[in-house]
Design a protein around this ligand. Structure first.
Ligand code: MLT
Length: 322
């Protein structure tokens, strides 16, 4: 029977079923011990991970019988996809399963920022009744800049459109004439143009060498005064010290980060002391609905690939050699 190794806390009905049908080792803490992981992947046919397991070239080299690395989620930055492809290992992921949840959190954070919902809540609990302080603004009539106009960016823009926002986008890989751009009546701009125009900037780029710390002091300096910045993609795309300075100097109006440069973040982060910041612990994709779809999808993909069939969404197109 094929051996399946799960190295993070990935559970649900579909996983229970997989346990019944296949030889599944559930090791939810294994991601934190790379040496132990290197040993554990030997002889394993399928590896199921979320975002904490670093599936490096070394791990892939040690995995002598691996057919599929199934990523329960959308980002592939924790997997050396090139090494997997070279080894003939399929890398599947589940971008369709959790995108709506991420887009909904991005909208929630936009409203929370402009209406100061967390601060109003703390103040009221502390006995305040400060209606004149917590005035805020509307999304309606404002411009949303979507950096990264892929699936999640488009879902966020679609929801923002319903609130009466004007959509502008930046994405080097998206044709400005493509139907989803047209349907949203969106304009694709250079990054500098977008930063100069947007009242809200929502970031949906993957983490690559090109996007690492792309939101730095220079980019924050190019944003409109009072702009709100929202990041639900990857923390490493933001230079957090530069963001803290931009917020301290009132260069921008506020920021909401669901993802951090280091997760979990250092308790001494300068962002912790700022009132115009909302911080959440990488929960964008962690709704019940999304997680159930994600687990269904990884289990389905693992079973398919182990039977010699194709995964639904996969990164590498090389015909598996194993
Ligand atoms: C994703 O990439 O799917 C989300 O950020 C959640 C996760 O990393 O598991």
């Amino acid at each position: 029977m094929p051996e399946i190794l799960v190295t993070e806390n990935i559970t649900g009905d579909a996983m229970d079923q997989l346990h019944k049908e296949m030889d599944v080792s559930f090791e939810p803490d294994l991601w934190s011990d790379p040496e132990k992981l290197k040993e554990a992947v030997k002889g394993v046919n399928a590896l199921i991970v979320r975002n904490q397991t670093q599936v490096t070239e070394e791990i892939i080299a040690a995995a002598d019988d691996l057919q599929i690395i199934a990523r329960a989620g959308a980002g592939l930055d924790n997997i050396d996809t090139k090494a997997a492809e070279a080894a003939g290992i399929v890398v599947s992921f589940t971008p369709q399963a959790n995108s709506v949840s991420v887009a909904e959190l991005a909208i929630g954070l936009m409203i929370s920022l402009t209406r100061q919902i967390p601060a109003a809540d703390w103040d009221t609990r502390a006995g305040g009744w400060n209606r004149q302080i917590f005035t805020g603004g509307e999304l309606s009539g404002k411009t949303l800049g979507v950096v990264g106009f892929g699936r999640i960016g488009v879902l966020t823009a679609t929801r923002a459109k319903v609130f009466g926002m004007t959509i502008i986008g930046h994405d080097d890989y998206v044709d400005p004439e493509s139907p989803h751009v047209k349907e949203l009546d969106a304009k694709m701009l250079s990054l500098d143009e977008l930063l100069a125009k947007a009242d809200f900037i929502t970031c949906h780029v993957p983490l690559t060498d090109g996007t690492r710390e792309m939101f730095n002091a220079e980019l924050f300096g190019k944003m409109k005064e009072g702009a709100f910045f929202i990041n639900t993609s990857r923390g490493e795309v933001v230079d957090e010290n530069a963001l803290a300075r931009a917020l301290q100097n009132d260069q921008i109006g506020g920021a909401a980060l669901d993802v951090r440069q280091v997760e979990p973040p250092d308790a001494s982060s300068p962002l912790n002391g700022l009132t115009n910041v909302i911080l959440t612990p990488h929960i964008a994709a962690f709704t019940d609905e999304a997680q159930s779809r994600v687990v269904d999808a990884v289990c389905r993909d693992v079973q398919a690939v182990l039977k010699g069939e194709s995964a639904t969404d996969y990164f590498n197109f090389a015909k598996p050699r194993r």
